[in-house]
Design a protein around this ligand. Structure first.
Ligand SMILES: [Zn+2]
Length: 251
């Protein structure tokens, strides 16, 4: 009995040990096999997606780069080599007979940044230039400084100090968010044209060169004077053509 009992006990303990061992193996295998497989597929999909995304992005960047390069080359050819032949760029039409020109700007520094070459060319032709600046450029609270700069720069460009008028009216303050009334500007331009007996008016075009609304407002006032026939007959009107960034920077 003892031998049989001990044999049964050892068999049970053996079976128990096997059961525990097998159980632990199947438990590890169960955790590793069933858990790792979906994770590996998910990781594979992510890796593939990342790979194709990078490859696609590379292609997009390459296409954009080549397209930009082609555009620049074509632009260079059209506007620098063939512009006169294709008549894409208009020649300067400064009248040879202008003696008294009124230049109308919105802020101090407009005369230097945008109209410098025009002023110098008119001065070369012995044309007297009167400058009407509609605001003191106080948007950044630097009005007094910019006012002085206006006189200094104008003197360098050959405009006499007594030929400069800076208005700084209440309704014409330097601010792109403030609408400058067409009629207010038109009245000022007309008053100066007649008082100065000017035979040439020079100002911005509708895009204002830099896109500043105060610049464009002067164009619309000038256009209203032209359309209503109020510009003196002998006075010619010229607007400075706004050009794109590539042309502006001579790329
Ligand atoms: Zn300006």
């Amino acid at each position: 009995m003892n031998d049989t009992a001990s044999e049964q006990l050892s068999e049970q303990s053996l079976r128990g040990g096997e059961t525990i061992r097998v159980g632990s193996v199947s438990e590890e295998g169960g955790q590793g096999g069933e858990g790792e497989q979906p994770w590996t597929i998910y990781q594979f999909i992510c890796d593939q997606a990342l790979f194709y995304s990078r490859e696609t992005l590379d292609h997009i960047v390459l296409v954009i780069f080549i397209y930009t390069l082609l555009c620049l080359v074509l632009y260079k050819l059209l506007f620098h080599r063939c512009s006169r032949w294709l008549k894409l760029v208009r020649k300067s039409r400064l009248p040879a007979t202008a003696n008294r020109a009124l230049l109308v700007t919105a802020h101090p520094d407009d005369e230097s940044m945008f109209f410098g070459p025009t002023i110098l060319e008119l001065r070369r032709r012995n044309c007297r230039i009167f400058l009407l600046c509609l605001s003191d450029g106080n948007y950044d609270k630097k009005g007094p400084t910019r006012r002085q700069e206006l006189w200094d720069a104008s003197e360098s460009l050959g405009i006499k100090p007594e030929d400069i008028t800076l208005l700084n009216a209440t309704h014409l303050q330097d601010d792109p968010a403030v609408e400058w009334k067409t009629v207010t500007i038109a009245n000022q331009i007309l008053k100066h044209l007649e008082a100065l007996d000017a035979d040439l008016l020079v100002t911005f075009d509708k895009d204002g060169v830099s896109g500043h609304p105060n610049h464009s407002a002067i164009y619309y006032a000038t256009a209203s004077l032209c359309l209503s026939g109020m510009i003196p007959n002998k006075c010619k009107v010229l607007t400075l053509e706004s050009v794109n960034l590539c042309r502006k920077n001579q790329i």
